[in-house]
Design a protein around this ligand. Structure first.
Ligand SMILES: *Cc1c(COP(=O)(O)O)cnc(C)c1O
Length: 383
């Protein structure tokens, strides 16, 4: 009998070890990891550099306090802001990064309304949950935080109608992750950024799943030539050591003066030393180019399924964040199970999308192996 709340629909495998692009369950069964702990283990399992960063810091001090100066936080912030006029705030998770973003946007603008999008996902705490445009996730938890409205993604007219002087911020994912791997259209996102600017509303980009090199650029928004006011990251930031961050324009600094916001664990020494290593590894032109290249290959190969499998309705995404839209939730469930039987772990997104998030360090051969398994499973019992 379990002593845990049943709030997760858990598969029976227990992943007790990992190495590179592989994970091992309690029975020693080996799986090719095409989900990376939901876009967390971007540098793979037991990455030697990440392990060194953990042990190096573990031998010094893990946690001090935000009551003291942190050169480690300064170092990671400098790397994350990349010479642009942003400042960083560190926390422990994605939802907390979004809480900070929502609070900062309201305080800095003196406005209350936050516009976000249908089928978005921003987290489970009350602010982030209130920003999440999925009624099913809010059901039973009312009253949620006031002042949130959800608009159709990739549509401009409804946004134009809702943007007014009460809107503190517009918040969105560049590729909706949990919602079904739905990429923002370029013209739309650029128009959203422009409208926000004209209206004095802040643009919050949630890069928690898309960031950290996942799509082939360090942040997914870089491909859109926009400049967000606030960026949130977490998941892969320390390759599995819990950490989150909010980056915001330096002009917003006054709204987050001493005592306005904080966290005990946020940006602790252990998480920061690992994040420092992870950001340095990922934010290199050659590394990011390799992700883009592997992503193109993955997309090209999987797109063949559109011709060969009647179950496959769409293949979409960017870099190593790919969604395969299937013909029904049942097909999706069966496919995830069948892939597991073939020793490949992938997950769902939305109602009927198979989500693939392999480690960014995956080798060409491992990627090829994974593609073959996915193709064989989806081509089986066709028609
Ligand atoms: C996972 C995720 C979150 C929430 O992150 P947690 O660390 O689970 O709180 C928020 N936004 C997006 C886009 C995510 O993918």
């Amino acid at each position: 009998m379990s002593h845990l709340f049943p709030n997760y629909a858990r598969d029976e495998i227990d992943l007790v070890d990992g190495s590179g692009s592989y994970v091992f369950d309690q029975n020693g069964e080996k799986y090719l990891d095409f989900m990376s702990g939901i876009a967390v283990s971007n540098l793979g399992h037991k990455n030697p550099k990440v392990m060194a960063a953990i042990t190096q810091q573990a031998e010094k001090i893990w946690h001090s306090s935000n009551l003291y100066t942190s050169n480690l936080q300064e170092k990671v912030a400098e790397k994350l802001t990349m010479g642009k006029d942003y400042l960083a705030f560190f926390c422990n998770s994605g939802t907390e990064a979004n809480e900070a973003a929502i609070k900062l946007a309201r305080k800095a603008t003196g406005r209350s309304k936050i516009l976000s999008f249908e089928q978005s996902f921003h987290g489970r705490t009350y602010g982030a949950l209130s920003a999440t445009g999925q009624p099913a996730l809010q059901a039973g938890f009312f009253p949620i935080v006031e002042g949130f409205e959800y608009l159709p993604y990739n549509q401009l007219e409804p946004l134009k109608q809702q943007l007014n002087e009460q809107v503190a911020a517009v918040m969105l994912e560049v590729i909706q992750g949990e919602g079904g791997i739905i990429p923002a259209e370029k013209e739309w996102l650029q128009a959203v950024a422009q409208l926000c600017k004209e209206n004095g509303s802040l643009l919050i980009i949630d890069e928690i799943q898309t960031g950290m090199g996942r799509t082939g650029t360090f942040f997914a928004f870089e491909d859109y030539q926009i400049e967000p006011d606030i960026i949130t990251i977490a998941k892969a930031l320390a390759n599995g050591i819990p950490v989150g961050a909010m980056l915001g324009k330096a002009a917003l600094a006054d709204a987050f003066g001493p005592g306005t916001h904080g966290t005990t664990f946020g940006g602790n020494n252990l998480a920061m030393n690992v994040a420092d290593c992870v950001v340095s590894e990922i934010n290199q032109p050659e590394f990011l180019a390799s992700v883009a290249e592997k992503g193109s290959y993955l997309m090209r190969e999987l797109s063949k399924l559109l011709d060969t499998s009647e179950k496959v309705l769409d293949v979409r995404g960017k870099g190593l964040m790919v969604g395969i839209k299937l013909d029904s939730p049942e097909t999706l469930k069966q496919t995830v199970q069948e892939l597991k039987k073939q020793n490949l772990l992938a997950i769902k997104a939305g109602k009927n999308v198979l989500r693939l998030l392999p480690p960014l360090t995956i080798s060409q051969q491992e990627l090829k192996d994974g593609i073959e398994i996915i193709q064989s499973v989806l081509n089986k019992n066709n028609g």
